[in-house]
Design a protein around this ligand. Sequence first.
Ligand code: ZN
Length: 236
Amino acid sequence: MLFKSIVATIGLLAVSGSLAAKEKRPNLEKTFEGLHGNFGTRNTDKATVISGPTAVKMLRGEAPGKCWQVKLGDVGFKLTIEDKLDLKVQECLARLEKLPPSYRKAFAIVSEGKKDGVAFYQDLEGASAHGSQDYLNLVKDADALVIAHECGHVLEQRVTSKLPKTLAQWKSAIKKDGISVSAYGDQVAHEDLAEFSYVYATCLDGGKLDALQALSPLRFSEWEDILKAAEPVKVP
Ligand SMILES: [Zn+2]
């Protein structure tokens, strides 16, 4: 989940934690924030609509919406937009096109069976996004960086369901690496992981993976394992 409006407050609280007390280096988010502006602008794959729209009752509160089946590269997934939200399909797809190709399987995971796929809502009670292996919900203004964070939750949960020690290993990696990913990530291990997912995406996109690996080698290795291991259920 991502509550942008409270990040600053949580940041202040987190500074009093033991990690921040020992930590003098800038966090990973700060170190690589220069990559945000051009994030995804070099990706050339374009998403195409395969079918739709179909009228649906969305999973969150049965909100009326429209669903499209789309394809981006070799990954098929669903896109659903709440009817009361004024947002064009192409605008949503342009945002998803910015994610590194290796993150697209998160879109397929949240499209399995009766799931809504990538779902845009008018309102998520103050949050900008929610992500799990069952949904990837976004508000209108959620950008590609927020989506990269939520993909972290989707992919981690998919791997944890097969390898239950995933988050315990992540906690150990946080401790050994001895550097904060971001103030938001300092709250709890699964948010640290989602924040790392977004920072990794910007470094992958911006050619800075070596620098990220040097600063946080154990998170780096754990995250690459998760990225590789998370798989959508194959449709027969
Ligand atoms: Zn989150």
